[in-house]
Design a protein around this ligand. Structure first.
Ligand code: TXA
Ligand code: MG
Length: 347
């Protein structure tokens, strides 16, 4: 049975203690972070870590991020701290930046999928931090979705995916960024962005100078073995077939409206993801708005929710225009392309 803890101002002290205690005794606890919800468990115990993979239905060669309460603790788990990591930790921790270090013997290979490196971050969400600090443990926490589905940005998503599979779900409201952390490998030179996220390339470069970006981040074909092992799996996918339209607004809207008509003629349930600005231009029985085209953060924060809403409505085909690839828009398009399995139309 899964216990669900609804956090309020009055009960938070007791419930945080209860969640931390559940982690201490080897339980799985889903909790909110500022990016998405995670499934947390003691990162030091290999047999507990295996339970996370089981709960998610995730391949065990896909490594997990270790979450710590304070930056200073990183030295307990890594073989060394590269010089460039220090200003990054100062600038972005706590926050949505995950750094890849060489691991030390304390970190079990079950966490790292057999790699000699370990991913670490300090989450900024106060509930996540308090739970981790009180547990006194480093906490492995992948996104709290069934493997392959869009990541959960609220407790309802987690309850749907993980009821009966974890010991506890902490409901702390919406995860406000809505996309997972940026993953940056600081063991390579220059450092490499393995997964784009809320901390953008420009923000990182302002602190440490030029970094490279794994081409698969951009949705380009990438035949090399992906360096962030998680990126090779089908990800973030809604049940329906998702197609992304590129081109001038007018042409994309026209092509999408034609595609909607074809679907309707074939009795296929079709839905459009629209910005506030374009909504009126579409002719479709189901239109879900994702936010203003001028607000990249709003679009990022609503992406996974909208994909899950399409599933709830039983939509079989989902059409969207591409979003602007600036700032967090790079991460939004990375997730959208993976969700679409790279299905694109250029009009
Ligand atoms: O925002 C986030 O990072 C969320 C919240 C819960 O903190 N967590 C998250 O975890 O997204 P997960 O397990 O869904 O994604 C972890 C990503 C995967 O792409 C994985 O391949 C990569 O980090 N990763 C983990 N350890 C790695 C390592 N040693 N080397 C390279 N990539 C690694
Ligand atoms: Mg994930």
């Amino acid at each position: 049975d899964t216990r669900i803890l609804h956090i309020t101002l009055e009960n938070q002290i007791d419930l945080i203690r209860e969640a931390a205690m559940t982690l201490k005794i080897g339980g799985l606890v889903a909790f909110p972070t500022e990016t998405v919800y995670g499934i947390g468990a003691n990162a030091l115990d290999a047999s507990i870590v295996r339970k996370i993979y089981e709960a998610k239905g995730r391949p065990s060669d896909n490594p997990l991020i270790v979450h710590i309460g304070d930056a200073i603790e990183v030295e307990k788990y890594v073989a060394d701290i590269p010089e460039i990591a220090i200003p990054l930790m100062k600038a972005f921790w706590p926050g949505p930046l995950t750094l890849i270090f060489k691991k030390n013997h304390v970190i079990p290979y079950e966490i790292t999928g057999g790699l000699d490196t370990v991913a670490i971050r300090v989450p900024a969400h106060p509930l996540a931090r308090d739970i981790i600090r009180q547990s006194g443990l480093p906490i492995a926490a992948p996104s709290a979705n069934i493997s392959g589905k869009p990541s959960p940005t609220n407790a309802a998503h987690v309850i749907l995916d993980l009821s009966g599979r974890v010991d506890m779900i902490v409901d702390g409201g919406d995860a406000n960024i809505g996309l997972e952390s940026t993953v940056l490998d600081v063991t390579s030179e220059p450092a490499t962005i393995l997964r784009p996220g809320g901390i953008t390339k420009a923000m990182i470069e302002e602190v440490i100078g030029p970094v490279t970006q794994n081409p698969s981040n951009l949705g380009l074909p990438d035949d090399d073995t992906p360096k962030a092992p998680g990126m090779k799996y089908k990800h973030y996918a809604p049940k329906g077939r998702l197609v992304i339209y590129y081109g001038s607004k007018a042409k994309a809207i026209e092509a999408m409206n034609i595609s909607v008509q074809k679907s309707l003629n074939n009795h296929e349930k079709v839905g459009i993801i629209a910005t506030n600005e374009d909504r009126e231009a579409y002719n479709c029985p189901t239109i879900l708005t994702i936010g203003s085209e001028h607000d990249a953060h709003e679009i990022a924060s609503n992406l996974f929710k909208v994909l899950r809403q399409m599933d709830d409505l039983g939509i079989e085909k989902i059409l969207t225009q591409a979003f602007h690839e600036k700032e967090i828009g790079v991460a939004t398009m990375n997730r959208l392309l993976k969700a679409a399995n790279n299905e694109q139309r250029f009009v």
